[in-house]
Structures are given as C-alpha cells and as structure tokens.
Unconditional design. Structure first.
Length: 319
C-alpha cells in the first residue's frame, strides 16, 4: 500500500510520470477513457457540490432525508465514540449531519481533492472542537493505511452518496474487501447506494437543464490539460450521459463535435467527429444485488434503510 499523502499535498501530483502514463494509456485505448477520479480537482469538487443542489439530482437529498429520518436508529446501530473514516468526504457535510447523534471520537475524512478537503475540515473543526480531525488527501481506491492513533479505536467506514457505484462490480468487491481487511475488531461500514429506478429519472439526474453536470464532465478535460500537458479545447467536446438498462449503469462520455487532434506530454491521438471518451460509470443496484456484493466481500448487512419511493438505500454492515 502506498504511504499516506499529507493533507496539504495534492493527491494527484501535477504532471507526475505515473499520472501522465495512466492518462495517455486511457486516451490511446481502443475505447478511449479517462478515470473519473480526474473529475475532482478543486473546481470539479465545487461543481459536484452544485450538482448535489440540483432538482434533478435526487441522490443527495434522498440520502440526507434517510439520515434525518433514521439517524437515531443508525447511531444506535453503530454506537458512540468511534473513529469515523469518511471515504471521498468532499465537503464533509454528510458526516457532519451525523456528528450530533454519533458523537465520534475521531473523524478521518479522505479525499483525492486535498485542497478542497482541507478547507472543509478547517470550518468543521471550529464547529465540533471536541472531535479530533485528521484529513488525508489520498486516492483511497489505490489502497491506504490509517494513522496509528486511528487504528487503535473502533473503526467505522462511512461511504455515502453511492460513490461505490462509480466502480465496476468487481472493482467494488475489491474495494470493499480492502475495507473489510482494515476494519479491526467490532468495526462497521455505513454505506449509501443508489437503487434501480425508471430510466427517465436517471437520465434527467445526469442531464440537468442548467448544464452543471455537463460542466463537471468537461472540467475533466481542463484538469487533464493541466496534469498531462494536453491541449483539449473544451468547445470541441460535448457532455453525453444515458442509462444502460442491461448493464444497470449510467454511462458518462465526452463526444467530439468535429475532427480533433489531441496532443499531450508524450502522445497524440486523432478523434473523428462523434468519437467518445468514456469518463464515468454510475452503477445502480437492487437491494438483493448489493447484498450479494457485500457478502462476496466478506460483509454481512445488518440493517437497511430506504426512502418511501425506494430510490436510495443506506446500509450498515459488519464483517
Ligand atoms: C460521486 N458520484 C456518486 C456521482 C454519481 O452520481 O455517480 C458523480 C456524478 N457524476 C455525474 N453526476 C454526479
């Protein structure tokens, strides 16, 4: 496992040869792709915050309503005084909404967008001075080690927002197994998942009328220009997202609006008008499908909460 990055360091080093090689390999692939982790530079994290406010993007408010309605039951299930390890914490708002009930001893938010995370935690520490906070700017999907003081307390991983859906099912099992191996005695996992529903609701959530999701997707090219010295012209690319019912996932792509030659630090590729770069998947699960996924990673689902329309679910699982 890689050593932990300090919170002040960017989790994705600008122009590092590994990053340029990864981006280059994706752009040269038969089906070109760029990892969704590059959606999250500081502006990308802000755009994602804006997405969470949109009328069409139901997951955030639906999950928040589940926390508000069932918070006491959730806290009773987890117990107080734990180390809460928030995976992909972003602005930390979801964890903060649970602090009054959960009263964690320690809060350890992890996020690839280190600068954005640092700002969020600075504000949060003032609101909750009794909770020890250790922000870590890391790409946790690549593996991570927890600091010694966290390893000594009862650990609960918090993975809200259905971010697990941004991994393919085999990758998700690998990530969950890694969490299970780091759980320690009596630990747990509180996780949010987006459920399968009408495709019109899903399509609208990823094609909002304001164009915020389009900006979020296009910003990835801006980030890649900076990271890999690429020359993407954002005006030549268009956001495209749709629900693939057979695969049970939203696919997000960027589509060339004309013939384009893209150059980066050590590569070049021609794209014809209509060619696409795959930028993200967002898997939608059924209750039983996700339970199976948890079980194949060595977890047992202990409790399940959902909203009245069955659009989103929160699960607590133990090893
Ligand atoms: C972070 N993740 C759960 C979001 C999702 O819904 O898959 C990312 C996102 N992509 C477009 N809109 C939101």
């Amino acid at each position: 496992m890689p050593a932990l990055a300090r919170s002040s360091e960017p989790a994705v080093a600008q122009g590092s040869s590994a990053v340029v090689a990864e981006i280059g390999a994706g752009l040269q692939a038969r089906r070109p792709h760029i990892s969704p982790k590059y959606l999250y530079d500081t502006l990308g994290s802000r755009l994602f915050e804006a997405i969470c406010e949109l009328d069409e993007y139901y997951p955030t408010r639906t999950e928040a309503a589940i926390f508000a309605r069932h918070g006491e039951e959730i806290a009773a299930c987890i117990g107080q005084g734990v180390s809460l390890i928030d995976l992909g914490a972003g602005n930390c708002a979801k964890a903060a909404s649970l602090f009054p009930l959960l009263r964690p001893r320690q809060y350890v938010p992890l996020d690839i967008s280190a600068e954005f995370l640092g700002e969020a935690v600075a504000g949060l520490q003032q609101r909750f001075p009794a909770i020890a906070m250790t922000p870590l700017g890391v790409d946790f999907s690549a593996g991570f080690q927890l600091p010694e003081h966290v390893s000594q307390t009862r650990r609960v991983f918090f993975y809200p927002g259905s971010s697990i859906g941004n991994f393919s099912p085999p990758q998700a099992v690998g990530l969950l197994r890694n969490l299970r191996d780091n759980l320690g005695a009596d630990g747990g996992l509180l996780i949010g998942i987006d459920l399968v529903k009408q495709s019109s609701v899903l399509d609208a959530a990823y094609n909002d009328a304001l164009g915020v999701t389009a900006a979020f997707n296009l910003n990835l090219l801006r980030h890649v220009n900076r990271l890999a010295g690429a020359n993407f012209d954002l005006r030549q690319w268009q956001h495209c997202a749709y629900f693939d019912e057979a695969a049970s996932r939203i696919e997000m792509h960027l589509q060339a609006q004309c013939d384009v030659t893209v150059r980066w630090q050590d590569g070049v590729r021609q794209f014809a008008r209509g060619d696409r770069i795959h930028t993200e998947d967002s898997y939608k699960y059924t209750r039983s499908g996700f339970r199976q996924l948890l079980e194949s990673a060595g977890f047992e689902a202990v409790q399940y909460w959902t909203d009245p329309a069955n659009w989103f679910a929160v699960l607590y699982a133990r090893a």
